[in-house]
Design a protein around this ligand. Structure first.
Ligand code: PGA
Length: 262
């Protein structure tokens, strides 16, 4: 049975995945809104991380520079540098002020045919330049219906999480994002989230208890101000990866205000 009781744990992490949305004007408006509603809040470094499209990273970096909000890239290439037209390396993300990178999002797995091997290489690149990584795992609807949730997340994790912990980033976060819950207005239930995250924790412990004990695990998929409270109250949840609701400064600030009371 998943606990819904408020508990003593580290302050939750909110990661805002802006995806391929916005332009200079709308991102300025979003940042202005966040400045009004969020920037004065007592946010600890790493508690709120925003992931803008790559081309706007520097603009956002400048804007959030005097806050504790941190910056992340939505992807990084699996190669270090060179003849990769259109590629953005982990080192470049670092160079423009990123502390984080998001890897293995299901949209990238599906739209760009990313596989576990490639994501593992990206993770190594991130680790080499000192980026913290949020790696996404999660099943699609067909796999859920076929009763393969555990099998899918376990194979995704085992392929990405090395027993050789020296190749892992200094800080690794796992985001459980069931593909069917993303952008669908249909978040996973408290029981489904609790089950999947507890299993992820078990798998990490089985690989290397000492190393992965402190790994933070987030939930993502149709998180809004309406469900954030009960999601963060699940004892195995350390935070949330938020897409759609992070594009609206009012919604995201409301989510923050609920999260900080958990
Ligand atoms: P959503 O997206 O909150 O819009 O469902 C989450 C994500 O894809 O990271």
């Amino acid at each position: 049975m998943v606990s819904r009781m408020p508990k003593q744990k580290s302050p939750p992490i909110l990661a805002a995945n802006w995806k391929m949305n916005g332009d200079i004007q709308s991102i300025k408006r979003l940042l202005d809104g966040l400045r009004n509603d969020l920037f004065d809040e007592e946010i600890k470094p790493g508690q709120v991380v925003v992931f803008p499209p790559h081309v706007y990273l520097q603009m956002v970096a400048k804007n959030i520079g005097n806050t504790n909000i941190l910056l992340g890239g939505q992807d990084a290439d699996e190669r270090e540098s060179g003849s990769v037209t259109g590629g953005v390396s982990a080192k470049m993300l670092r160079d423009v002020g990123c502390d984080y990178v998001l890897l293995g999002h299901s949209e990238r797995r599906i739209l760009f045919s990313e596989d576990n091997d490639g994501i593992f290489q990206k993770l190594k690149q991130a680790s080499n330049v000192g980026l913290k990584a949020i790696v996404c795992v999660g099943e699609n609807l067909e796999q859920r219906k076929a009763g393969q949730v555990l099998e899918v997340i376990s194979s995704q994790l085992k392929a990405l999480i090395s027993q050789d912990t020296s190749s892992q980033p200094e800080e690794l976060l796992i985001a459980y994002e069931p593909v069917w819950a993303i952008g669908s207005n249909k978040s996973a239930t408290i029981e489904q989230i609790g089950y999947a995250l507890a299993e992820i924790r078990k798998i990490l412990r089985d690989i290397d208890t000492d190393f992965y004990e402190s790994t933070k695990i987030l939930y993502g998929g149709s998180v809004t101000e309406k469900n954030i409270g009960e999601i963060l109250a699940i004892d195995v949840v350390d935070g949330a990866l938020i897409g759609g609701a992070s594009l609206d400064s009012k919604s995201f600030s409301k989510i923050w205000r609920i999260a900080k009371t958990i």
